[in-house]
Design a protein around this ligand. Structure first.
Ligand code: NI
Ligand code: MN
Length: 238
């Protein structure tokens, strides 16, 4: 599994040669100015909710890459009016089987209006399960007891969690979220992009360390290779 960070909550995850792109918000993000959108490719684009900082580049990238867009029904309707055809509409609680992984939509406690003010449906998180490992992409969310359902019934190797506070959970609540989902390996997102969500990155990492957990904060443009084939979430239990 290869993970590339494109800033804010936008990640590319490559599994068995197929690439999923999450929440494309690159061209308006000054911190991601070195990312060349034209070189991006994706087989699937997953959108967690309707806010602009999660789908600003969705239309352009869906057209450029011909990726299949997975999002809620309302965002699908909205994108279809912009000429995007190749989509899978889902809603919270649903699962689809793709050729290389399963995608399950899980609850997120947030809001979800579209950039033009129209109704964006419910916000979601995603659990992606594959033979190369499984992970939880939380989207924008508060800490919520719904996360316990993930921990109780699914095995998560690592999780993308928002840590910027103000609009989503902050670091302290993300630490509790780890216990709910029973996963202690976290890649942070939704921090530093705007003044309101600037964080002390070293302090955040230390808080995770002190709790026996691991927070990875990737550089924008960086790719990490993870070999999770042999790992099980239980091995990371304290
Ligand atoms: Ni949001
Ligand atoms: Mn957001």
């Amino acid at each position: 599994m290869n993970i590339t960070y494109y800033g804010h909550s936008c990640f590319g995850v490559e599994i068995n040669g197929k690439k999923i792109l999450f929440d494309p918000f690159i061209s308006p993000n000054k911190l991601a100015k070195n990312i060349d959108l034209k070189t991006l490719r994706a087989d699937y684009i997953l959108i967690s909710h309707g806010h602009k900082d999660h789908l600003a580049d969705a239309e352009m990238l869906a057209k450029q890459t011909n990726a299949r867009v997975i999002c809620n029904f309302e965002i699908q309707e909205w994108l279809s009016k912009k000429g995007i055809k190749n989509m899978i509409a889902m809603n919270v609680g649903g699962k689809v089987k793709l050729d290389f992984c399963n995608v399950k939509c899980v609850a997120a406690q947030h809001s979800s209006s579209l950039p033009d003010g129209s109704y964006g449906g419910n916000p979601m998180g995603f659990v992606v399960e594959s033979d190369k490992g499984s992970f939880y992409y939380a989207g924008d969310t508060a800490l919520t007891y719904d996360m316990k359902l993930i921990g109780d019934y699914r095995t998560i190797d690592f999780a993308f969690l928002p840590i910027g506070d103000v609009f989503t959970m902050g670091v302290d609540n993300a630490l509790i979220a780890c216990d709910f989902i029973r996963c202690w390996e976290v890649i942070g997102m939704h921090y530093d992009t705007f003044d309101a969500i600037k964080i002390d990155k070293e302090e955040a990492k230390h808080k995770f360390e002190r709790a026996g957990k691991k927070l990875t904060l990737m550089e924008i443009g960086e790719t990490k290779h993870l070999d999770l084939t042999l790992k099980k979430a239980k091995e990371w239990e304290k």
